[in-house]
Each structure stands twice: as structure tokens, then as C-alpha cells.
Design a protein around this ligand. Structure first.
Ligand code: SF4
Ligand code: SF4
Length: 118
């Protein structure tokens, strides 16, 4: 299992989760070259130890355990995983998600989790 970052990270990307992850599996960090270009941060599913420490650290409730990812956010399971193999493809998938969810993206990031539903 792993944890996954979802749409409230778009427009937030404050890296609070990076600071609490005990195994450094959330990237890109601010000191990595890919940080500026990345729309969100991504959890490496092969490295995540499912500790859950990142969940309360996120100010916009963007992070879910795999079994708890709401249906509306399922695209982000693939997005997190793909980024570690092909960042360009991951950004393309984020772009497709943004286009597909205009009402959700019109919300302030801090209000998006409440609108995720199940
Ligand atoms: S669940 Fe734990 S190991 Fe996985 S990304 Fe969050 S803080 Fe890191
Ligand atoms: S704490 Fe939340 S909003 Fe901030 S970078 Fe991590 S997932 Fe994104």
C-alpha cells in the first residue's frame, strides 16, 4: 500500500509533508531541480512505509491512504506512481485532470478536500 497526494496540493505545494516523512519518499523537495516545474508533490509508492505521518501535516488534507482515496481523486494514484518513471507524463495526466474537473479546481485549495466525496 502507499499514500497518495491529490488535488488540494495544486496551488498549495508547501512541502509540509516532506518535513515529516521519515523515509524521504515525497518528491520533488525544494532542493531538487524538478521542484519548480512540478505542479504538486508525489509520494513514491515503492518507498512509502504507510506510517501516515504526512496526513495531519498537510494543511489542505490532500493526502490519503490508498484505500481511502475518494473516487473523484483516483487519477492521482496513477499520477503519483507515474511521476517516478516519467514526470512529463505525470504532468500531462494532471493537466487532463484539471481540464476534467473545472468546478473542483475553481474551489480554493483548502476547500477541495471537503468536496472530494467518496
Ligand atoms: S505515509 Fe509515511 S512514509 Fe508514506 S509518504 Fe506519508 S510520511 Fe512518508
Ligand atoms: S503538505 Fe499537502 S499541500 Fe503541502 S506539499 Fe504536501 S501534499 Fe502538497
Amino acid at each position: 500500500m502507499s499514500y497518495y497526494i491529490t488535488d488540494p496540493c495544486i496551488g498549495t505545494k508547501d512541502t509540509a509533508c516532506v518535513d515529516v516523512c521519515p523515509v524521504d519518499c515525497i518528491h520533488p523537495r525544494k532542493d531538487e531541480a524538478a521542484f519548480l516545474a512540478a505542479t504538486i508533490l508525489f509520494i513514491d509508492p515503492d518507498e512509502c512505509i504507510d506510517c501516515g505521518a504526512c496526513v495531519p501535516a498537510c494543511p489542505v488534507l490532500a493526502i490519503y491512504a490508498e484505500d481511502d482515496v475518494p473516487e473523484s481523486q483516483r487519477a492521482f494514484v496513477q499520477i503519483n506512481e507515474v511521476w517516478y518513471k516519467d514526470p512529463t507524463e505525470a504532468e500531462k495526466l494532471i493537466g487532463e485532470y484539471i481540464t476534467s474537473a473545472p468546478d473542483q479546481m475553481a474551489l480554493d485549495p483548502k476547500d477541495r478536500a471537503a468536496a472530494h466525496g467518496k
